[in-house]
Design a protein around this ligand. Structure first.
Ligand SMILES: [Zn+2]
Ligand SMILES: [Zn+2]
Length: 134
């Protein structure tokens, strides 16, 4: 592998590592801020390009919660999301991981279509905000 290629793949792995350690489903800007701490001379365009490449290769997922910003998720298995209406935090719903898969299977059984994936976003108040209220 050439030195340039090696540098590019190293950048991509660093971006992937940063996303993997971040469970907040960050936007490109948030990921860029984190990656810059490790690779100070990296540009926003490079981060964006690599995220899209990782998403196209199905190593990460894009997540659209309707706020006009694309969020990224290092978890690629089917799972449910919850957006807090108070603080805007996007969280994985960790319990009942098979719920989404069961739903997809059910829709496949009852429709003439073939469903591959689904994004389900719940809206509510997160546990942190609930605690603040009480
Ligand atoms: Zn909240
Ligand atoms: Zn997620």
């Amino acid at each position: 592998m050439s030195e340039t290629k090696l540098r590019y793949s190293k950048q991509r792995e660093t971006i992937y590592e940063v996303l993997k350690d971040d469970c907040t489903h960050p936007s490109v800007d948030a990921i860029y801020t984190q990656v810059k701490k490790r690779i100070p001379d990296i540009s926003l365009g490079t981060v964006y390009r690599n995220l899209n490449l990782l998403a196209d290769n199905k190593r990460i997922n894009r997540l659209d919660i309707g706020d006009g910003v694309i969020h990224f998720d290092a978890r690629t298995d089917p799972h449910l999301h919850m957006v807090c209406d108070e603080c805007g935090l996007i969280q994985d719903i960790v319990c009942h991981d098979s719920t989404l898969l069961e739903l997809i299977n059910k829709v496949n059984r009852h429709s003439e279509h073939e469903i591959h994936s689904a994004d389900i976003i719940f809206h509510g108040t997160c546990s942190h905000c609930l605690k603040k209220k009480s």
